[in-house]
Ligand binder design. Structure first.
Ligand code: 5AD
Ligand code: SF4
Length: 494
């Protein structure tokens, strides 16, 4: 009988990719993925520590697992990732039935540790030594050794994949745990990355998202010369079959002109930049140690828009950071009004033990004020998103079709093969589009006429010429060949 593994992932794309790699490695040991906890021989929780809420989610999942472990004492329970790195002791205290605690730099060891638990029933702990030199070597070793093992079934879709180009972070924003949970920043050798991209494309991938904590700080030192993110992208751009290249997340100070030129010039590069500002107030930015002012950020934004006409930019904000007054918050409101982001991710400040902010500044904004500021900022952003979406009605966008829409999936209907259903995908500016079409469009890039909009979604229809060759009634016919690289994208100009 095949052994079964269940995995729950909380957090960012980095964690989604880590889970994919861990499952890939376990499949090699004969494990199959299950989404039923009761069927599992191994249960893994890949965790996030960025906010307290994410940690509580994992603790409540672990609480539910206690009963399962009572019924099935042979089950192996593992906590992986950022929380494992940060709170090994606490996890074992709050959930003593956890068998393995494995940090972000040790995930390659998961299969071996599972076997060890099974053989000895002794708890296994594998975490990094920290950011000291020893930590750096450790991280590097795991970085290189486990990346090639991938599990296509864990990808967002069969034709989209994340590719890690950098690990760790050296920026040390005062509120953030990432530099301690993910270790020092290191850029992966370009040849590895290009090799992986080719491999993914051979497996049918059309879109790769290059990920790193501050992806635009990517630089690989070859000794006499360097490869920067712009060079890296240029080096993969001509891989036949690759249609889209994205990269997240960017650091405002590292948005160099060579990168913006590459985004503009290279047709496969998605015209979308996620560049978190965090606050519109200089004093707050200083306490956050972001190393820029609001004015610097706005100049950078203007440069992005000048260099890459039609580019969509999104941001992150933290509201209620230590010492954020009504006046400082008003500056974030002004910035979000002015910046016209495509969308913003807004978070209430969550104090994290071990960070500089937790040591230096009291978490002095009351929860109800944080909540109100969150809602107020969101309301301004939503109005901007509504206008941004509405401005695209009447235009045509190029959409990589990802699959059935959430509504279609929720309906539970199983449409007849070839029948029209509601599909969803993203434009070259990362806007979400929903439209009706047959399953055969999934994985293809199609032109969609935008007919309506909401603050979060564009609604459209596929012109009939896109459906030529897609015989809605007869599924025996071959689907039309996918278009070549989407060189025809039309940018919705503001
Ligand atoms: N509290 C709230 N939000 C945080 N972020 C990072 N650390 C914290 C924290 N302690 C947010 C930032 C970052 C995003 C990934 O999470 O906005 O860009
Ligand atoms: Fe955290 Fe700042 Fe690094 Fe982003 S840049 S991961 S917010 S320390």
């Amino acid at each position: 009988m095949t052994k079964k593994v269940f995995i729950e992932t909380v957090g960012c794309q980095m964690n989604v990719l880590d889970s994919e790699l861990v499952i890939g490695a376990l499949r090699k040991q004969g494990y199959d993925l299950t989404d039923t906890p009761a069927d599992a021989d191994v249960m893994l929780f890949n965790t996030c520590s960025v906010r307290e809420h994410a940690e509580e989610k994992t603790y409540s999942s672990l609480g539910r697992v206690r009963l399962l472990k009572k019924d099935n004492p042979s089950i192996v329970i593992g906590v992986l990732g950022c929380m494992a790195q940060k709170d090994q002791e606490l996890i074992r205290k709050r959930a003593p039935y956890v068998d393995m605690v494995v940090g972000t730099g040790q995930l390659a060891e998961v299969p071996k540790l599972v076997e060890k638990v099974k053989a000895t029933r002794e708890p296994q702990l594998a975490v990094s030594l920290g950011r000291a030199d020893a930590g750096r070597d450790e991280v590097e070793a795991s970085f290189v050794s486990y990346d090639p093992t991938r599990d296509p079934t864990m990808r967002p879709t069969p034709f989209q994949a994340f590719v890690r180009i950098q690990i760790g972070c050296d920026k040390f924003c005062t509120y953030c745990v990432v530099p301690s949970t993910r270790g020092p920043e290191q850029s992966r050798p370009p040849a590895h990355i290009w090799g992986e991209v080719k491999q993914l494309v051979d497996q049918g991938c059309k879109e790769v998202t290059l990920i790193g904590q501050t992806v635009n700080s990517y630089v690989y030192d070859h000794g006499e010369r360097q490869t920067r993110l712009s060079d890296l992208i240029a080096g993969m751009h001509d891989v036949a079959g690759l249609e889209r290249i994205k990269f997240v997340t960017n650091y405002p100070k590292d948005m160099t002109d060579d990168l913006l030129d590459a985004v503009r010039e290279l047709p496969k590069v998605v015209k979308y930049l996620h560049v978190p500002v965090q606050s519109g107030c200089d004093e707050v930015l200083k306490r956050m140690k972001r190393n820029y002012t609001a004015g610097y950020y706005m100049d950078m934004l203007a440069r992005c828009r000048e260099k890459v006409p039609g580019v969509a930019v999104s941001s992150d904000f933290i509201v209620g950071f230590c010492g954020e007054t009504d006046e400082s918050f008003a500056k974030s409101m002004d910035l979000v009004r002015e910046a016209k982001f495509k969308n913003s991710f807004i978070f209430k400040y969550s104090e994290r033990a071990g960070t500089k902010a937790a040591d230096r500044y009291p978490d002095d904004v009351p929860e109800d004020v944080k909540k109100r500021r969150n809602n107020d900022l969101l309301a301004v952003q939503n109005e901007n998103s509504r206008l941004d979406h509405r401005a695209q009605v009447g235009g045509t966008v190029e959409v990589l079709v990802e699959g059935p829409s959430k509504r279609d999936l929720a309906s539970g209907d199983r449409p007849a093969p070839g029948a029209v259903r509601q599909l969803t995908g993203r434009t070259m500016t990362d806007h979400i589009v929903v439209f009706d079409g047959p399953d055969r469009l999934i994985g293809r890039t199609v032109c969609v006429a935008v007919t309506d909009s909401s603050p979060f979604t564009l609604f459209g229809s596929v012109p009939t010429d896109e459906l030529v060759g897609v015989d809605l009634a007869n599924t025996d016919r071959d689907p039309p060949p996918p278009p070549a690289a989407p060189h025809r994208f039309s940018l919705p100009l503001a």
